[in-house]
Design a protein around this ligand. Sequence first.
Ligand code: FES
Length: 158
Amino acid sequence: MDVTPDSPPSRRAWLKGLALTTWAGLVAALGLGLGAALRLAGAGSGPRARPRLDLGLAAELKPGQVVSREDVAILRDAQGLYALSLVCPHLGCRPVWRAEEGRFLCPCHGSAFAPDGRRLMGPAPRGLAGLWLELDSQGHAWVDPNRGVEASRRLALG
Ligand code: FES
């Protein structure tokens, strides 16, 4: 019986293919594992701090007026200036100021909030959160969206 000349090379080729496939599988598994590990490491670090927001010249804000930017608002009453978070405590939608009604209204499920942030109605479990507010040397009102304060905190204007 004759030995076919290409039998050994074809077996060698099959083994080579198997080895390559195994290596490719190992490399893919390592890549997936590394990606998952990086995602887990990132998840533990929490949300990144947001930059402070400039809401403009505080002296130009009239009592009863609302100035908002992104998801924060500043207002002024008889005691002074204050900032509120415009993130609804129900499910996170953005309440909008309704000047004609004198209240914030959440467009998602109808929660309403007084100008001082108190909850008036709707499914929101509490009022709007107060945020840290300070003035710079030029009189600009800066709000820190990462720093909550009592909604009753006021910054007296001179
Ligand atoms: S998210 Fe505002 S009432 Fe539901």
